[in-house]
Structure formats: C-alpha cells, structure tokens
Design a protein around this ligand. Structure first.
Ligand code: PHE
Ligand code: ZN
Length: 866
C-alpha cells in the first residue's frame, strides 16, 4: 500500500456533482460501542459490509483525525501491512462479497472545538455529524447514500452522565461496578451516518405524550439543564403542533415510539434532525417572557417544526449526495414556513420570509459566492448550508405548489414520499414526482435548479382608451454569475391583478407564466388606465421593476387586497423617495407620510401587518437598489426621513405607544401585534427628536414585563447618545450577565446599533470578559450582527473590515465552520466604491495569507476574490 497518495491540505480538492458514483461497499448494519469520557472516549465499531456491484476495489472508510488502534476483518486482527491510511481514509483490500469489519479508535471530546463529531458542551457530551462529522467519530463510508441500521451501546460514569440517549428506541440498560452504567439503543430505520447522534449528561426532561393519527402513543422528551426546564413549554407545544400539522396537511405520521430533543449551548447552526434525537442550539428551545422576544418565540416554533418535519423530508427520504441538499432543506423550509403561517398570520409570515430572502439570498445570488440551488461543485460542503439552498430552495417548492394547486401538489408529495421511502433521492426525483403527480411539464422550470442569479423582470403596463385594452409587457433577464456567463429564460409564475382606480377593485387575480425573454399579455375591458399589482404574494423570487408612478403605489398601499403586494407598494414608495434623496433629487416625502398615517390609522388592519408595512426599508436593501452602495449617504437619507416621519406624525406615535401598553403578558396574536406596533411607534417617536423621547424609551425598558419591549427600547436607546442609553445597557448587563442567551442580546444590540462609534464599541466588546470565540452564538451576536450593520461595518476608515478579518483569522483556528460564515460580507467588495473595495480585498488577502487556513475559509475567501 506504499503507493497511496496522501491529499495535499494546501490545495483543497474540488468535488463535482457529475462525478457521482454509487458506493463500492454498503453497510446494512453497524454496532457502535462507546466508552464515554470527556478527554478519552473509546469507540468500537462493528460494520457488516457488502460489496455493491462487481468490482475489485478495496474498502475505503473515511476518517478525520482518527488513528485505528485495531482493525479486524471477520474476527481476525489485521497486521499493519494489511491496511493503510490514505489521507484520513482507512483502506482495506478485501476479497469476499461480504465481511464483518471492526475498528477501535480513541477521540477527545473536550478538545474538539470545531463542534463537529463528538464534543463537550457545558458538561454534556453530544454529537454533530451533518454533513461530514461522523468520520471524526469512527471510520465509515461517510456519504448519505450508505444507509445502515444502528445499534448503539454507551457506557459512562453514572454521576457525571446519568442520562444516555441515542437514535431510535431504548432497549436495555444497567449499572456497572465503579459508579458506571450503560444503555443500549436501536434504530430500526436504516439511515445515513449524518443522522447518527448520541448525548450523555446530567439532563432534566420535560416529558409529554403525543397520540398519532393511527392511535400510537409517542413519548416526547425535551432534555435541558435542570434550571432551564421552565423555559421548555413553548418548544413542547411547537413539537406537538408540528406533529399534528404534518398529519393533517401532508398525511405524515411519526414512526418511532420516542422522540427526544436535547438543547446544547455550543452549536454551529440552528438545530439538527438526527433520527428520533434532535439536537438543538439552546436558543431555539429555551423561551420565557423574561428573556425571549416574540421573534425568539417564533424562532423556537419554526425550528422545532423544521427539524420535526425532516423526519419525512430528509430522514425517511434522504439525499443521494450533498449536491441534493436542497431536496431536504428547501422542501423542509417550505413546510416550516407554511406551518408557521398556519399558526399565526399568513400575511405577516410571508412578509418576514421575503425580507429574509432579500437580505440574505438576493445578496448571495448577486455576489462571488452565488451558486445554483443544486450546485455543480464545492470544496467544503459546510459552506453550502446557504440561503440559496434553504430559502431559494423553498421558493422553488412554493412555485411548484402554486403552479399545481394544493390538491395536485399534495398528490405529488404523496407520490414522492411513497416512491422514495427508505431511499437516498435527488432533486430530479422530486421534480419528476411533481410532474407525474401533478400532470405538468416542468422541463423549463428545472432551470431554477441549474441557473444561479436572481432573475430581473421588467413590467410595462400600457393602456389604449380607444379599445379599452391594457397590455402588460414582461421582459426577463438572469444576470451572469460565477461560471455561468449566459443564461436561458426561466419559467416564472407571476400573479397579477389590474385595479380599476375608480372602483378600487380588480376583476380577479391571474397567474401568468412568463417563459420567454419578452412576452406580452392583453386584458380587455378597461375604459380608463388600470393600476398594476404584480408578483402578488411574491409568487416568484425575482426582482420586479415597473413603470408605476408614486400615485399608483400610494393607491395600492391603500387598496391592494393582496397583503404582500400592499406591503410591497408601501416599501417601493419609500424606496423611491430614499433613492431619489440619495441621488440629490428633491422627491416629495408627503406621499409617504400620508400613506404611513393612513395605514397606521386603518382600524381594519392587523397591527402586526401595520408594523411591518410602516417600517422603512433597511439600509442594506437600499444599498441593493444602487449601482454602487454609498453607506453614509444611505444612512443620512434614511435617518432624515425617519426623523421627518417621526415629527410629522408625532401625536400619532404618542397615541399608539400609549394605547398599546399591555396589562399582562400573553402570546396571543393580538398581544404580539400590539407589541410590534408599540415598538415601532416608540422608534419613530424617539427618531422625531422629541425632548422626552429617551425618557419614554427608558420607561418602556424599565416597566416592560417582557423581552420584546425591553430589547426594543434598549435598541432604540442604543442608537443615540443619552444618559438613558448608558443606564439601560448597564442595567441589562447586570440583570442578565449569568444568562448566556440573554447576554448575547446585549452584545448584539450594541453591534447592530446606528451609533457613530459602533466600530470602536465592537472593538472594545471583543475584549470584554464575557466575549469568547469558543461559543458560536456569542461570536454571531457580536461579529455576525456587526457585519450586518452596513453603516458601521463599511465605515470609511476600513476599521470594520479589519475587525472582521481579525476575528476570522483567530476563529479559524478554533472553529472553521463558524469562521467561514463571516467571510461573505467581505466578499461583496464589487458593490462598493474603489477605496472600500480595495480595503475589503486587502482584508480577504490577509485572511488567505494566514498559514494553515482551513478548507472552509480558504474556499470562501478565495472565491470572494475571484
Ligand atoms: N440539517 C440542519 C437543518 O437544517 C442544519 C445543520 C447542518 C445543522 C449542519 C448542523 C450542521 O435542520
Ligand atoms: Zn433543515
């Protein structure tokens, strides 16, 4: 085996979708035995393997940082010349069709700072295997198309680790001499190794039950530190609601006798759908009124649902290879979005989801890291857990559901689940199920999976009074993206309605299919020129430009019966004023002020919808509308308009603020809506410059019986300079210094503030005794928030870039996955003026020059410079 080449860590290999080959060996069964210990855990694995097809290739088991202590085949220990390590991969030549292969390794959870594989978090031992963490636990063909039945035995010190959990059902347990104990779990459903999980620790359980639609009883458990038990009620409610919803809406029933969730403090992403044993970032489990905002509550509900829904869309039907990631993520995001809409307001949920899509995915799609929903290649798969795979992927499913209609869509998902149950499938399998179940041809629609970039649609409405005809001309263009200079026209479903300005009504909502580069649609029966409502419900994830006047937009902001289109009209009205002002034109602000007043005083409207609608577009969104982003001009114009709105409607803001003061905390939609509206009223009131603004904000901060109002008041104060600002920050810190999740908000609020000294404040906070690079939530609350604060991060001094680059370099040595997520903000240099662009590139080059840089950061930084 001396001719084995070892991989060169300095030049990460590129993995390509079209190179997919079925696995050489299958592993129908695996038995794992863990002797758990924080600094030295022994892992004994017994794999029953079967040759897949006719070939003479050796068995290759991936490993990352592992050294085999022992390798056995069919019970016989192999000599050192009978196996080899190729890079991290264990290579064993074998002659037969099937064998039993055993390995022993030792791992050290407490020095695993990458949080991939088996690691320690606050006294617990837990695992994270997606995408390629299992190879850090044991040697295995670590790819999602190898499905195995797992038996897991765990042994540990009973006082440190009284609770031992793994996938599936518990089957046996017992005590051992020396204060030790053991437990065995089996999972009857074959699964890929990325869904393996175990947890050991001193945990308390919120236990409940769910009876499925066929009458089976499932034992539910949410496992947390004892002190956190009172904060698990919302997650448990969300879990039961999700289980019932998936039965009712998709006909999907849970399939094991137990379902466990564990909350951990140190976690790279949001949560993980391991079969029967979901592991969560504690921020998506723990919530109570004292420490969680309404947004946090919604986050808990949405993520609990997301992970639960993966049991079908992800686990029962999994992915063939990681290029198919959106097969499970896009579909599951669509499912969790629909669930949350059903639990609250469809209108508000859609607005929130589109705002996230535009802020994260549209930016990604227009920069150097743009990639298709089904990528063609990658260096490090962890970098592809992106807004494109997740959120744009969800939009693709939503478009198919819209084109099919709910009943045919549901017939198609039934077909998909039935025909691929127990299999590792592809995006193509999903689309084919939609075609077969829905009786529709999706040939052109498939381009959405292949072509990156956000399509632009120009919509020009003209009217001929002589014939009473309106003509809508639609033109589409998909911009070039890395590796894809030329694009084909896409199939774009556009929901439109034409309003008669006299009656304020339209003749019906229509779904137009735009399939050509340029296409026109005629509508008869309009004696006067109609007003165009387009991309209603945000039917397609595209950028629409129209020839609508400010008057048309004002009309729609008052009359459109599609809530998303109504919101959008208002936002566009504001964008036009702000972009005009930034460009030095004196655009009339009064129409915006009048529209805000009318919306805020309309008694028919849901307060939560009002609050979304009267909010100014973010600085980043305004930047997206400009050929070259000017952060200072954007901030100045937005700030000035905010002040104008504050002043012009000051009595209204005072009224709303006083009138929405709640008596006691409730999570009802009415109470949540009132808080949302109250916070925006406070915001405008303070922005007006009213003398008593800071006092009113401080009073809200002080009197609030919930975090939604307290944090909003703190955020409002954090923008300005006042005694109240310093007092509130001090009080907040002292009150929550021992509660990590809440202290994150203290860091985040300051990093996100519109304060002239934010750059210096962030530099100081980095040195704060409570700041640490070891906890991803803390890193994101300071540096993630800061990099999303356009005005501060893009400070003309370039200091913001330096801070983030320093953080990436330091963090890469500890946790490359989380470090790599801070790179994309620096990669947007093409969107800025030359001076800023040069400093951003220099920051990326400094990162790339760092010796021993991870594959994760290398990929993101080098692509960002191309
Ligand atoms: N699969 C997880 C989800 O979306 C995300 C995740 C990926 C978590 C990788 C951890 C690691 O639900
Ligand atoms: Zn997911």
């Amino acid at each position: 085996m001396a001719d084995m080449q070892s991989t060169n860590a300095a030049a990460p290999a590129i993995i390509r979708r079209l190179d997919y080959r079925p696995p050489d060996w299958l592993v129908p069964d695996i038995a794992l035995d863990f002797d758990l210990d924080a600094s030295a855990t022994q892992v004994h694995a017994v794999l029953s393997i079967v040759r897949n097809g006719t070939h003479d290739r050796p068995l290759r088991l991936e490993g990352d940082g592992l050294l085999p202590v022992e390798v056995k085949v069919d019970g016989r220990t192999l000599g050192p010349e009978e196996w080899a390590l190729d890079g991290g991969t264990l290579v064993v030549p074998l002659n037969g069709q099937s064998h039993q292969v055993e390995t022993r390794v030792e791992v050290a959870p407490d020095s695993n700072s990458k949080l991939m594989g088996l690691y320690a978090s606050g006294g617990l031992l837990c695992t994270q295997c997606e995408a390629e963490g299992f190879r850090r636990i044991t040697f295995f063909p670590d790819r999602p198309d190898v499905l195995s039945r797992y038996t897991v035995r765990m042994e540990a010190d009973k006082s440190r680790y009284p609770v031992l959990l793994a996938n599936g059902d518990p089957v046996e347990k017992g005590d051992l001499p020396g204060g030790r104990h053991w437990a065995r779990w089996t999972d009857p459903f074959p699964k890929p190794c990325y869904l393996f999980a175990l947890v050991a620790g001193d945990l308390a359980c919120n236990a409940d039950r769910f009876v499925t639609m066929s009458g089976r009883e499932v034992a539910l458990g949410i496992w947390v530190r004892e002190a956190d038990l009172p904060r698990t009620a919302h997650a448990m409610k969300a879990l039961k609601d999700s289980m019932a919803w998936d039965e009712r809406v998709y006909g999907r029933e849970y399939d094991l006798d137990v379902f466990n969730i564990v909350a951990v403090a140190d976690f790279n992403f949001g949560a993980m759908e391991n079969k029967g044993l979901n592991i969560f970032n504690s921020r998506y489990i723990l919530a109570d009124p004292e420490t969680a905002t309404d947004l946090d509550y919604d986050g808990v509900e949405g993520v609990v649902a997301h992970e639960y829904f993966h049991n079908w869309s992800g686990n029962r039907v999994t992915c063939r290879d990681w290029f198919q990631l959106s097969l499970k993520e896009g579909f599951t995001v669509f499912r969790d979005q629909s669930f949350s809409a059903d639990m609250g307001s469809h209108a508000v949920k859609r607005i929130e989801d589109v705002r996230i899509l535009r802020a994260a995915q549209f930016q990604e799609d227009s920069g150097p890291l743009a990639h298709p929903v089904r990528p063609e290649s990658y260096m490090e798969i962890s970098n592809f857990y992106t807004a494109t795979i997740y959120n744009k992927g969800a939009e693709l499913i939503r478009m198919m559901a819209l084109m099919l209609g709910w009943e045919r869509f549901r017939a198609s998902t039934d077909l998909y689940f039935e025909s691929h149950d127990g299999q590792a499938a592809t995006c193509e399998d999903f689309v084919r199920a939609m075609e077969e179940g829905g009786g529709i041809d999706l040939s052109q629609f498939r381009l959405w999976y292949e072509q990156a970039g956000t399509p632009h649609v120009r919509a020009m409405l003209s009217h001929d009074p002589a014939t009473g005809t309106a003509e809508l001309l639609l033109e589409q263009a998909v911009p070039p993206t890395p590796g894809q200079p030329d694009k084909k026209p896409m199939a774009i479903p556009m929901r439109v309605a034409l309003f008669d300005p006299a009656s304020g009504r339209h003749q019906g909502d229509q779904l137009l299919m735009l399939t050509q580069a340029k296409q026109s649609f005629r509508f008869e029966g309009f004696s006067s020129a109609p007003i165009l409502s387009i991309n209603r419900g945000f039917s397609a994830p595209v950028i629409v430009e129209t020839n609508r006047s400010q008057a048309d937009l004002a009309f729609l902001s008052a009359h459109d019966d599609d809530p998303f289109a109504r919101y959008e009209a208002m936002q566009q009205l504001m964008v036009n004023v702000l972009i005009g002002r930034i460009g030095g034109q004196a655009v009339d602000e009064d129409a915006v002020i009048a529209a805000i007043r009318d919306t805020a005083t309309d008694p028919q409207l849901d307060p939560a919808f009002v609050a979304e609608t009267i909010r100014l577009p973010s600085e980043a969104y305004l930047g997206d509308q400009m050929p070259v982003v000017d952060p200072d001009a954007i901030h100045a114009a937005r700030d000035a308009l905010q002040q104008r709105i504050g002043e012009a409607l000051e009595p209204l803001w005072r009224d709303i603020h006083a009138g929405t003061k709640a008596n006691a905390f409730s999570l009802s939609p009415a109470a949540k809506g009132a808080r949302k509206l109250r916070n925006i009223a406070l915001h405008y009131l303070v922005a007006s410059g009213a003398q008593d603004g800071p006092q009113i904000a401080f009073a809200q901060f002080h009197e609030a019986d919930n975090m939604t109002e307290r944090q909003a008041a703190l955020a409002t104060l954090a923008n300005g300079a006042s005694d109240e600002r310093e007092a509130a920050l001090d009080i907040f810190y002292n009150r929550y210094r021992d509660d990590a999740l809440t202290l994150d908000k203290w860091f985040q609020t300051q990093a996100f503030a519109f304060h002239p000294n934010t750059v210096q404040l962030v530099a100081d906070l980095r040195e704060h005794k409570d700041f640490t690079l070891a906890n991803p939530n803390r890193v994101r609350s300071l540096f993630g928030a800061f990099a999303g604060n356009q005005w501060a991060f893009h400070h003309r001094s370039g200091e913001g870039y330096r801070l983030v680059a320093d953080c990436i370099i330091a963090l890469d040595k500890i946790n490359p996955q989380t470090a790599a997520r801070l790179v994309p903000p620096l990669g947007r240099w093409r969107r800025f003026d030359e001076a800023r662009a040069a400093m951003m590139r220099a920051a990326l080059q400094r990162v790339l020059a760092e010796p021993g840089l991870s594959r994760d950061v290398t990929e993101q930084a080098s692509k960002s410079l191309e």
